[in-house]
Design a protein. Structure first.
Length: 266
């Protein structure tokens, strides 16, 4: 709705392989898949009657189906369960594989989150239809000055502009073996120089920058506390077999409680 774009709700459905074909069973399975999609589309239309919504049923396994959709869309939104409690096993491998290979930006939303979670806590007694008037939580951008590209930065600034909220830019540099304050100062100057043209392009966006030393994934996850969205980049390798999330993006997807936007760049 903020983008003024159409929403396409996609459901991937694969016929179960059986030793003997049963037309009635296959028909029932497809009917169930169509019903799942129809109910999802109807629920969105009921909540947002002015939004253009269509449904699309794809006879394919989830990852190829979503990647085929990603090739013709601006942003793909998928759900994720995040990090499992047992031995750090990632739950939601479909989301992870799609985020690591999609040609478009992928936003991963933690299961159980709703529209109200995008906003700051509401005052007691505030009605649900008053939620849009409550300020949005901040947008966080994980910035690597050594491989910074326009796509993730632009996505973050535009997201903050649409929400009319603060953009928090977080840059983490690794311990530099004794460079001390000089290393931190150099990093701060690099961040300021890199963001200067973006301040000019988005003068209405309030920006706060943080430069810290440590492990990038850990520090960025900490920076997302209380945020409404975190934006990280993913370098396109040029080889399909080599496409994957980097270590920082992987850590944020696993551990951040807020939605995570993974933005591909060259």
């Amino acid at each position: 709705m903020r983008r003024g774009a159409e929403l396409v709700v996609v459901h991937a459905w694969v016929t179960q392989v059986r030793s003997a074909p049963l037309a009635t069973r296959d028909s029932t399975e497809r009917g169930w898949a169509e019903r799942v999609l129809r109910e999802a589309v109807d629920s969105v239309r009921a909540a947002h009657p002015t939004l253009a919504v269509t449904g699309r049923l794809i006879t394919e396994s989830p990852v190829p189906a979503l990647l085929s959709v990603a090739a013709e869309t601006d942003t793909l939104v998928v759900g994720t369960l995040g990090l499992g409690r047992a031995a750090g096993v990632l739950v939601g491998s479909v989301s992870l594989r799609v985020a690591g290979r999609a040609p478009c930006s992928v936003v991963l939303v933690r299961a159980g989150r709703g529209a109200a979670d995008e906003h700051l806590p509401a005052a007691p007694g505030l009605a649900p239809d008053e939620i849009p008037s409550i300020p949005y939580r901040a947008v966080v951008l994980g910035l690597d000055v050594d491989s910074a590209c326009d796509e993730p930065i632009g996505f973050a600034f535009e997201a903050a502009r649409r929400r009319r909220t603060e953009l928090r830019v977080c840059h983490v540099h690794e311990p530099d073996g004794g460079a001390g304050p000089e290393g931190a100062a150099a990093a701060e100057h690099a961040v300021i120089a890199l963001l200067r043209p973006w301040h000019e392009k988005y003068p209405d966006v309030s920006v706060a920058t943080t430069v810290t030393e440590g492990r990038a994934g850990d520090e960025l996850v900490r920076a997302t506390d209380g945020a409404g969205l975190v934006v990280v980049g993913r370098r396109i390798s040029g080889s399909r077999l080599g496409e994957r999330l980097g270590q920082v993006a992987h850590a944020v997807v696993q551990h951040a409680e807020c939605p995570v936007a993974v933005v591909p760049h060259d």
